[in-house]
Design a protein around this ligand. Structure first.
Ligand code: ARE
Length: 497
C-alpha cells in the first residue's frame, strides 16, 4: 500500500482542494500531465452534511458513501478518473472512515436525511448500533479529551463527530464496498483521514478485502496507495509508526522542522542530514508537505508558524527544498482564495468554503495566459517556481544529494548527482555583502549554459530569467541576492541552452 503507482519518473502529488471534477479532468490534460505531476488528491467525494454557510469542513462530515458532492456526481467523477489516468496522472481520494456527522440533523449533498443525535444515516444505512457508545468504556461525554490515550482516541468522538464502530463486521463491509467502488472506477489510492483515531487492526482488516487496482490503467496485482493522517511530533502521542505497516504516513515532523528552519529559528546548514537522522520515519514510509488544507487556516498547527499562500516567498522556498531533497512523496497544496482575518492568533475566516456563484455552485477554474488562475483560485501548483521544481525533481530522479555547500549559517546549495543543482539564501544577519549568496561552487553539472528555472523558462533556446555558465570542472559563479524576488535559484540538465 505504499507504492503511489506514478507513471514514469513522475513523483509529486497536488491537492486540488474543492475543485470540480470536470475542472480536474481539464487540468490533468492541459497542465498536470504535460508539466510532470504524478497525481491529484481530491477532497472527499462521498455525500456529506450540508452546513450553514457551506464551510469547507462540511466535506469531513459524511452522510453516505454515494459519490455526490458540489465537485460533481459519480458520472463526472468517473470521467475525471478516466481522463486523468490517460493523461498520466493518478487520482487519490480523501476518505473519511472514522466518523459520520456531528450532533445535528439535516440533508446531505445527495438528498439523504441524517440525524446525528439519533445516529441515523439511512443513506448507508447506519444506525445507533454502528457507533461507539458507553460499552467501549470511553469518556463520560464520549468525547476525546486526551489525544495520547489510545483507547480514548480510537473509541471516542473527534470534535463531536459520531464515531463509527469499525470493529463491527457490518461497518467494515460498508466501508470496504465504498473503497472497492472507487478502486473499480480507477483511482490509485487514498488519503486516510483521521487515521490515528482508528485502530490499526481495523484498517488492516478493511484493506485486506480491497480489490486490486483496475487493470485498464494499472498493472496486474497492483494495490491501492494509502497514506495516513497521523499527526505525530514525537513525545507520548500516538506514534505514527503504528501505521507504517499499513501504507505510508503523512510525516508532520517534516513540515514542522522545515518551517522552523525557513522561519530562521534554526540554521539552514543543519539540513545537510535532514531525514531519519532527525527522527523522521524512513523515506519510503513518508508523504510530506509544507502546507495542507488544515495547516493553511491554522488547524492541526499554529497560524503564524505554518507557511501558507499568504507568505508566497517563504512558501516557494520551503516547497523548493521539499522538491529538491530526496525524501518521501511530496504533496503540493493548491488552495482557493479566502479573506484571512487574524484575531488573537486565529483566522476568523478559517471556515470559509470554496468560491461559488450566488446559487452555491463551486466556480470553475479558468487559467490565464501567464499560467496563473482566475483570482478566486490560488493555484500554487501553477506558480512557475513550483511547477519548475516539480520538473527538477522529475529530472533529478533517484540521484543522490551531492556537492553540499553551506556558509555555516543560512545559505545552502547542493546537487542531485550531475543532473540538477539548487542554491537557497535565507541569510538575515550581517551586512548586505554577507547577506548575498555570491560564491563559486561545484554544481556537479556538465559544462554549459543553464537557465535558472526559478526566474524564467527556457524559451526558443533563450533563458527568460537568470543563467549561469558551468565550466569543464563543474564550477560556476552562483548568485542569490538577499533581496531578490525569490530566495533560491535552480538549474538542471533539461534547461541547458
Ligand atoms: C468542525 C468544527 C468543530 C466542531 C465539528 C463538529 O470546526 O468545532 O466540533 O465541526 O461540529 C475538519 C475541520 C474541523 C471540523 C471537521 C468536521 O478541521 O474543524 O470540525 O472537519 O467538519 C485532530 C485529529 C486530526 C484532524 C484534526 C482536525 O487527530 O485527524 O484534529 N484532521 C482531519 C482532517 C480535518 C478534518 C477531520 C480530520 C475530521 O484533516 O480537516 O476536520 O474529519 C493535536 C493532536 C491532533 C489533533 C490536533 C488538532 O496536534 O495531536 O491529533 O488533530 O491537535 O488541532
Amino acid at each position: 500500500f505504499s507504492n503511489p503507482h506514478f507513471i514514469g519518473n513522475r513523483s509529486v502529488i497536488t491537492h486540488l482542494m474543492e475543485w470540480k471534477y470536470d475542472d480536474i479532468g481539464d487540468e490533468c490534460e492541459r497542465f498536470l500531465g504535460p508539466y510532470g505531476y504524478g497525481g491529484v488528491q481530491v477532497s472527499p467525494v462521498n455525500e456529506h452534511a450540508i452546513m450553514d454557510g457551506r464551510p469547507w469542513y462540511e466535506r469531513y462530515q459524511p452522510v453516505s458513501y454515494d459519490i455526490h458532492t458540489r465537485s460533481g456526481d459519480e458520472q463526472q467523477f468517473r470521467r475525471m478518473v478516466q481522463r486523468c489516468n490517460k493523461a498520466g496522472v493518478r487520482i487519490y481520494v480523501d476518505i473519511v472512515l472514522n466518523h459520520m456527522t456531528d450532533g445535528q440533523s439535516g440533508l446531505g449533498t445527495n438528498g439523504h436525511h441524517y440525524d446525528g443525535v439519533a445516529m441515523q444515516y439511512p443513506g448507508v444505512p447506519f444506525g445507533p448500533n454502528d457507533f461507539h457508545g458507553h460499552e467501549t468504556r470511553p469518556t463520560n461525554d464520549l468525547e476525546i479529551h486526551n489525544y495520547s490515550n489510545r483507547i480514548e482516541a480510537r473509541n471516542c468522538r473527534l470534535v463531536g463527530l459520531r464515531d463509527l464502530k469499525q470493529q463491527s463486521e457490518y461497518v467494515k463491509q460498508k466501508q470496504v464496498d465504498f473503497l472497492n467502488h472507487l478502486i473499480d472506477i480507477g483511482v490509485a489510492g487514498f488519503r486516510s483521514d483521521a487515521s490515528t483515531h482508528q485502530w490499526p487492526d481495523d484498517l488492516r482488516s478493511i484493506y485486506s478485502r480491497l480489490h486490486n487496482l483496475n487493470n485498464e490503467f494499472f498493472t496486474e496485482n497492483s494495490h491501492p496507495f494509502i497514506y495516513h493522517e497521523t499527526i505525530y511530533y514525537g513525545g507520548n502521542g500516538i506514534n505514527s509508526n503504528e501505521y507504517t505497516s499499513l501504507g505510508r504516513i503523512i510525516e508532520f515532523r517534516f513540515y514542522k522542522e522545515i518551517t522552523n528552519v525557513f522561519r530562521n529559528n534554526n540554521q539552514l546548514r543543519w539540513l545537510r542530514n535532514f531525514g531519519t537522522e532527525w527522527g523522521l520515519v524512513p523515506s519510503g514510509d513518508a508523504l510530506v508537505m509544507i502546507d495542507s488544507h488544515d495547516l493553511r487556516v491554522g488547524h492541526t498547527g499554529q497560524l503564524g508558524f505554518n507557511i501558507n499562500c499568504f507568505e508566497a516567498r517563504l512558501l516557494k522556498a520551503a516547497t523548493a527544498f521539499m522538491l529538491a531533497w530526496n525524501y518521501g512523496i511530496p504533496r503540493v497544496m493548491s488552495s482557493y482564495f479566502w479573506d484571512q482575518i487574524i484575531r488573537d492568533g486565529k483566522d476568523v475566516n478559517d471556515w470559509v468554503g470554496p468560491p461559488t456563484d450566488q446559487h452555491g455552485n463551486i466556480l470553475s477554474v479558468h487559467p490565464n495566459p501567464d499560467m496563473t488562475c482566475n483570482h478566486e483560485w490560488i493555484c500554487e501548483h501553477r506558480w512557475r517556481e513550483i511547477y519548475n521544481m516539480v520538473k527538477f525533481k522529475l529530472i533529478a530522479g533517484q540521484e543522490p544529494v551531492n556537492n553540499w555547500w553551506d556558509n555555516g549559517d543560512n545559505q545552502i546549495a547542493f546537487s542531485r548527482g550531475n543532473r540538477a543543482f539548487i542554491a537557497i539564501n535565507l541569510q538575515k544577519n550581517g551586512n548586505d555583502h554577507d547577506k548575498n549568496l555570491q560564491k563559486r561552487l561545484q554544481t556537479g553539472l556538465p559544462p554549459g549554459i543553464y537557465c535558472d528555472i526559478i526566474s524564467g523558462n527556457l524559451i526558443n533556446n533563450r533563458c527568460m530569467g537568470k543563467s549561469i555558465q558551468v565550466d569543464k570542472n563543474g564550477l560556476s559563479d552562483i548568485y542569490v541576492g538577499h533581496d531578490e524576488f525569490d530566495a533560491f535559484v535552480a538549474y538542471h540538465i533539461g534547461a541547458r541552452v
